[in-house]
Design a protein around this ligand. Sequence first.
Ligand code: BYC
Length: 333
Amino acid sequence: MYTQAMSVGPQDVASKVQSAEDARKEAAFEARIAAGDFIEAKDWMPEHYRKTLVRQISQHAHSEIVGMLPEGNWISRAPTLKRKAILLAKVQDEGGHGLYLYAAAETLGTSRDQMLDALHSGKAKYSSIFNYPTLTWADIGVIGWLVDGAAIMNQVPLCRCSFAPYARAMIRVCREESFHQRQGYESLLVMMRDGTEAQKAMVQDAVNRWWWPSLMMFGPADKDSSNSEQSMRWGIKRISNDDLRQKFVDATIPQAEVLGVTVPDADLKWNAETGQYDFGAIDWAEFWRVVGGDGPCNRERLATRVKAWDDGAWVREAALAHAKKQATRAQAA
Ligand code: BYC
């Protein structure tokens, strides 16, 4: 033990030089972050920064592709051709968002296969919101209004994320999410303005079921958010979970009033002193249950993704065989 501590062989010298070099790089990195610089994939970055980004971006990508499932269930049941075309385009957009995000995460050195393996084995997380069922057509409008609305609130600050490939992907994603939010709100407006009493009741019921899960999308309260402090220091997250949730409530309640629906919160009230809405307590036990894999649809969602991956094996094999044949031909020519 003592001899180990006293060892001053060439390896120790090398590791000291290495750590001095790392400390210099880390200081330069922190200075860039402090100056509000954007970090590119080829730039040096601390391992923890890289890991945090791969975690967040891959979870975000998984959320996009799992998020296709609850809405995808309604494509064949949309009430009109117009609504079907809009929903089809929206679900396709979510698939596209997943692809930009997987590509952004790949620039950090983690392969898409590794990320998908983490999803399929249940190791990786995706947004809790997609573990709730879509029971009626009104759920589709409410997902656009509340779920995409919450997503935009969370993602606009990510357009200034310190990791440039993520920030760039977010700019396009936010533009598309903004269309998604409006189409959802517009479809609810039509039902509330021109619909039957039963249709209006269906909208209110969907709002009742999606309101609290939408507030949970922003993540745990700041005091329980294990990653926030470091992520905020690195400029990955720009606004805290609680502040974004509050902004979402403040923006959404006036929209609910225009729509003519209420949210299921007896404690909600305008606070003239803070200029914000006070709202009731979130059921964090439910949140952690859903995040932990025990929500209403967790098993179904994961099984559907795994089946899609398995069913697509022949496409991946055929694409690889084709690429190999092309490469052999190119070599022979
Ligand atoms: N669900 O320390 P915290 C969309 C986890 S898709 C599940 O605050 P962080 C759309 C968190 O990962 C929108 N897990 O974490 C698609 C962490 O666990 P780990 C998806 C959650 O990362 C289709 C632990 O709880 N948006 O718009 O600082 C159709 C502690 O949390 C959730 C994004 O992914 C949750 N809700 O902050 C329609 C945005 N919340 O990883 C629409 C990008 C927290 O340490 N992501 N956890 O094991 C983020 O902004 C942040 O990752 C979060 C969480 C705000 C979500």
